[in-house]
Design a protein around this ligand. Structure first.
Ligand code: TYD
Length: 207
């Protein structure tokens, strides 16, 4: 085990992860942690370039396997450049999405299968799995409604309602399979209430 703490935030598009990450970061800093906040796909110079390719709304012909491998490539760079070294140095690393996103979006919603996702990603993540993952659970319709307020939707956000329903359902399935690591939280609760649930859980881990 590495010395730091690795926390990931998951959930459908529009579930409010960013706000919660900022609050959690403040809490960890108050408790003496050096905090690294990152996001997937992205978080390093190279991974952000890969992100531009993955999310480009013009690349509608992208093959699901290409998509899976691009996410995994961005992840390999992020793990080796930022997450791994941060954890080894005893820092708290909070990532907006990690491998669970690939399991749900590519494995379940795209239908590539969970085994395939893990076998490709094992090379990208090595020994690093989150200590705890918060799933901000939101009905697909509500997530889309929230996202549509933004200027322009990316390639993934343009997917059908059916796809987004599979994502929301896939996340629920994942958390019920591994409830110890993946904490499901109702994302329609008030922001402060969600924040308190997250802090309580993190407190129990760092104490
Ligand atoms: P982003 O704008 O970061 O979405 P959000 O604000 O909802 O987190 O875009 C990331 C998109 O990529 C999002 O639709 C989820 C998707 N995704 C995958 O399909 N597989 C993955 O492995 C990851 C990390 C993200």
């Amino acid at each position: 085990m590495s010395r730091g703490i690795f926390i990931t935030m998951e959930g459908p598009d529009g579930s409010g992860k960013t706000t919660q990450i900022e609050r959690l970061s403040e809490y960890l800093k108050e408790n003496g942690y050096d905090v690294i906040i990152t996001r997937e796909p992205g978080g390093t110079r190279i991974s952000e370039k890969i992100r531009d390719i993955i999310l480009n709304k013009d690349y509608t012909e992208m093959d699901p396997m290409t998509e899976l491998m691009l996410y995994a490539s961005a992840r390999a760079q992020l793990v080796n450049e930022l997450i791994g070294p941060g954890l080894e140095a005893g820092k708290a690393v909070i990532s907006d999405r990690f491998v669970d996103s690939s399991v749900v979006y590519q494995g379940i919603a795209r239908g590539l299968g969970i085994e395939t996702v893990y076998s490709v990603n094992s090379h990208a993540i090595g020994k690093y799995m989150p200590n705890v993952t918060f799933l901000l659970d939101l009905p697909a319709e509500e997530g889309i409604r929230r996202k549509k307020k933004q200027a322009e939707l990316d390639r993934m956000e343009r997917e059908s309602l059916d796809f987004h329903r599979k994502v929301a359902e896939g996340y629920r399935e994942l958390s019920s399979r591994d409830p110890k690591r993946i904490q499901k939280i109702d994302a329609t609760l008030p922001i402060d209430e969600i924040c308190d649930i997250i802090k309580d859980k993190v407190k129990s881990i760092i104490e």
